[in-house]
Ligand binder design. Structure first.
Ligand code: GAP
Length: 464
């Protein structure tokens, strides 16, 4: 096992194996917008499916919602995004004229990695300089991150609408609808997966921070007195979700926000951070939003957003605990954590040691040679397998080359059909991680792989 992973290697692997491409590449590409190819779509789809499974199937206090991206513009007045969803923008006055986020520069400067000056004795704020060319920077200006567009054919006549910067508000504005039909009472949650858009000042690190991304959010409504305990529970549950899916615990941490970092709606937030190649960075935020959102929407819409307990008659505005994860960031973290290089029989092998349930393809069926009835037999096995799990059939190139391809896309099991198969109907099962090969009856293959797929799994990087 190695810790050789870099963002460059992940980007190269994604391109080489068709996980993720830069958007509109034929026109020179669009910075910080990405398209997911076949394996990327399957991998991110599995991340989302596992998230849905954990919130809908493994518990019974959360219901699903799929709200529209465009919302009534007053939503964003009520939510505080029009006034407060801003980042401090500074621009280089020197040669390069690059734009930066001032808070990011300040964080980097505190870690000692950005050009800075003045501030003797550490009392006055540090004077920052452009990290690119050392030039002076403008005063910070607050820059709203919401993308604007217009409804109606004539821009001036139509009303301005916004591409949602978080899926959360679609949940809050539907609170009453859901309460009416879901037959749930607090504590209960509404979960949603969907696109969100932010006109980020600085985008960075491949799919880590992009203009368009997918969120997996739960707004969990609780009686006010229970907010803190539910905040604690959700932090534990969400950390466990990542480790159950194979992320190494020593590459994950919970970091509480300082008072100066809290979003306008939050009374307490902790970030789940992952040790990405560029350092510890946010994977998911778990916020205690109090009654901020429901109260704001009640005031702005005139609709009551409170809950009346049918047992006690108590009326209250529920408080909200919000675990808010990024599907793209999660996908990146799973890939980074899984990426491995090792030497096998004198040759370098790149392998994605993904949890089998996340792996885009579960098994590849490979005839050892392309003759003697092996391809036909292999195809028959593949046809049976693919009805139960995503599988591939590959006859192209040497067996070594085919294994390398499957290792790089993270396929946990290789099924080889050889001359012995033709005699006794057994196949060779190759394990991606241990490289162990075992002989198994072709008739038992499907059941065997289904059992393996649902077994608890730990990253082989932890075991070795
Ligand atoms: N509703 C709360 C909310 O949106 P956030 O911390 O701003 O909170 C939640 O975003 C998650 O969404 C982040 O932890 C991250 O995983 C993802 N995310 C946010 N901005 C992103 C961006 N520009 N690109 C990719 N993912 C992003």
């Amino acid at each position: 096992m190695s810790e050789a992973v870099t963002m460059e290697k992940i980007v190269a692997l994604c391109k080489r194996r068709g996980f993720i491409f830069q958007s509109s590449e034929i026109y020179g590409g669009m910075a910080s917008v990405y398209d997911y190819g076949h394996y990327g779509t399957l991998l991110k789809g599995n991340v989302k499916a596992e998230w849905w499974r954990s919130v809908l199937q493994e518990r019974d206090d959360v219901v699903a919602l799929d709200a529209a991206i465009l919302m009534h513009p007053r939503t964003w007045e009520a939510s505080g995004h029009l006034a407060g969803f801003t980042d401090p923008l500074v621009q280089c006055l020197g040669d390069c004229k690059r734009r930066w986020r001032e808070d990011h520069l300040r964080e980097a400067s505190n870690r000692g990695v950005v050009a800075e000056g003045g501030a003797e004795g550490g009392e006055a704020p540090l004077e920052l300089h452009c990290p690119q060319c050392g030039g002076e920077l403008t005063e910070p200006r607050q820059f709203n991150l919401m993308f604007e567009t217009h409804v109606g054919p004539v821009a001036e006549e139509g009303s301005t609408v916004y591409l949602r910067p978080e899926t959360a508000q679609g949940i809050f504005v539907n609170f009453k609808n859901v309460l009416q039909f879901a037959r749930k009472r607090p504590p209960f949650g509404i979960a949603q997966v969907g696109k969100a858009f932010r006109n980020e000042i600085t985008t960075q690190s491949f799919i880590f921070r992009t203009y368009e991304f997918e969120q997996m959010e739960i707004e969990f409504f609780v009686p006010p007195a229970e907010a803190e305990i539910w905040h604690e529970r959700w932090m534990e549950d969400r950390m466990r979700w990542y480790t159950d899916l194979g992320l190494r615990p020593d590459h994950l941490q919970l970091r509480p926000h300082g008072a100066d970092e809290l979003s306008h709606y939050s009374s307490a937030t902790s970030d789940i951070e992952y040790l990405f190649p560029m350092g510890w960075s946010e994977l998911e935020g778990i916020a205690n939003r109090g009654d901020f959102d429901l109260t704001q929407h009640a005031e702005h819409s005139g609709e009551k957003m409170d809950y009346v307990d049918p047992g006690t008659g108590e009326r209250y505005v529920p408080h909200v605990i919000e675990p808010s994860a990024g599907a793209d960031r999660g996908t990146l973290a799973f890939m980074v954590d899984a990426y491995d290089e090792e030497e096998v029989e004198g040759r370098e092998r790149v392998v994605l040691r993904l949890h089998p349930r996340l792996a885009p393809v579960k098994a590849a069926v490979l005839p050892l040679v392309n003759k003697d009835g092996q391809p036909e037999k292999a195809r028959a096995i593949y046809e049976e397998l693919r009805r139960r799990m995503p599988a591939e059939f590959d006859t192209g190139g040497s067996i070594g080359k085919r294994y390398r391809r499957q290792d790089e896309i993270g396929t946990p099991w290789g099924v080889t059909v050889d001359h012995q198969t033709m005699e006794d109907d057994t196949v060779t099962l190759r394990d991606r991680d241990s490289l162990e090969q075992s002989r198994i009856s072709a008739g038992e293959l499907v059941a065997d792989l289904e059992r393996r797929l649902h077994e608890p799994w730990r990253s082989p990087k932890l075991i070795s």
